[in-house]
Design a protein around this ligand. Structure first.
Ligand code: SAH
Ligand code: SF4
Length: 352
């Protein structure tokens, strides 16, 4: 193993930061022994905080309509072959009720940027969800909205917001998004959400088209400095109806290495082993967990809409009922020595 790279892992484990060039060097030094070394350190960093507990979030995919045109995503507005649907507030509340019975204590309402879900629709929905399940955390992942909207949704009971920065490098952000989308706006949303008191999640894809190790290093540095409560990362997976249909998917090994580095950057970070990781490798979520993740996000959407929420091709769990989805993950986690718990899954140990 490259001794310098090993020393950088040790430095990250003790100091929780590196220079951006050092992150790049680490990413470029990746080989199996270094990945093992980093994942052992990452598990050791997670152990005193989260032990072998795995937090779950029940994902409710509320709409496949999107007004944006991110080049990588199957829900982009110009994809005429995407089957569009939106759930009614009643359907969303019913998904949460079912999820509650199954043991979920966090619900994530995620969707494309669908103008139908205005504050007039969302505020009463979030209020009702909060009233029905006051012991649960409500997470929103509905893209860029204005500050007043974030404020109204917070006041209605939403506590967490997931909005990946996607690429902290303006160069890469500009390459994978149309001109009308600006990194500056995304970063403004992220800091606004933090100021409003949300537990904020950011994140990025690993292996996105045009992405270099320098771009990835910029994302790691961004997370280190932004100090989110959560960070969602997963491999890029091509979607057949986008311009990136023939681009290679991201790598499992590199995604897991990034998970380990993120765990070392911020030991109490809430870090999901994502569905996209499970999509490109049948053992992807287990590998993610062993690399330092501590969260999984089983699907709670009604079975008939799952396949229509096609961010990328071959998404797993589209044919399962919510109960099957949770219990199969529970079993998978048990097989590697981890325990899915019934818990809101707040970050432990304050913001470190
Ligand atoms: N519209 C919201 C939430 C839905 S998209 C938003 O954009 O924030 C949720 C995440 O899916 C995005 O942040 C993106 O990183 C990821 N995603 C989209 N297309 C993908 C693809 N082809 N491969 C992997 N992840 C993808
Ligand atoms: Fe819409 Fe989100 Fe897909 Fe972009 S990533 S097109 S905002 S659903």
């Amino acid at each position: 193993m490259d001794i310098h790279a090993q020393q950088l892992i040790d430095k990250l484990a003790s100091k929780h930061f590196l220079e951006v060039e050092e992150y790049r060097l680490l990413l470029e030094s990746l080989e199996p022994e270094l990945a093992d070394y980093a994942s052992t350190k990452a598990r050791a960093a997670r152990q005193p905080i989260y032990g072998t507990q795995v937090y779950t979030r029940g994902l409710i995919e509320i709409s496949s309509y999107c007004k944006n045109n991110c080049y990588y995503c199957g829900l982009r507005r110009d994809n005429g072959s995407c089957q569009r649907y939106r759930l009614s507030p009643e359907e969303i509340l019913a998904c949460a009720d079912e999820g509650y019975e199954l043991g979920f204590r966090t619900f994530v309402l995620q969707g494309g940027e669908d103008p139908y879900f205005s504050d007039e629709v969302l505020v009463p929905l979030v209020t009702q969800l909060h009233t029905n399940h006051p012991d649960c955390a409500i997470t929103l992942s509905l893209g860029e909205r204005n500050r007043e909207s974030y404020e109204a949704l917070r006041d209605a009971g939403a506590e967490r917001y997931l909005l990946r920065q996607e690429a902290a490098s303006p160069e890469l952000y500009g390459q994978i998004h149309p001109q009308e989308m600006q990194l500056e706006n995304r970063l403004r949303c992220l800091s606004g959400l933090k100021e409003l008191g949300y537990a904020v999640g950011c994140g990025f894809m690993v292996g996105a088209p045009h992405q270099t190790s320098a771009h990835l290093a910029a994302d790691l540095k961004f997370i280190e400095e932004f100090h989110p409560a959560m960070c969602g990362i997963g491999p890029f997976v091509p979607h057949h109806a986008t311009a990136y249909a023939n681009e290679p998917q991201g790598s499992v090994v590199l995604t897991c290495f990034c998970l380990s580095l993120l765990r070392l950057i911020q030991p109490n970070l809430l870090l999901p082993a994502t569905t996209s990781l499970g999509t490109i490798d049948p053992k992807g979520r287990e590998k993610g967990m062993l690399a330092g993740a501590n969260v999984v996000m089983p699907n709670l959407s009604p079975a008939e809409v799952r396949a229509k929420y096609e961010l990328y091709d071959n998404k797993i769990c589209t044919g399962e009922e919510a109960a099957e989805c949770r219990s199969s993950l529970q079993q998978r986690m048990a097989e590697i020595g981890y325990e899915v718990v019934i818990d809101r899954g707040d970050p432990k140990g304050g913001v470190c």
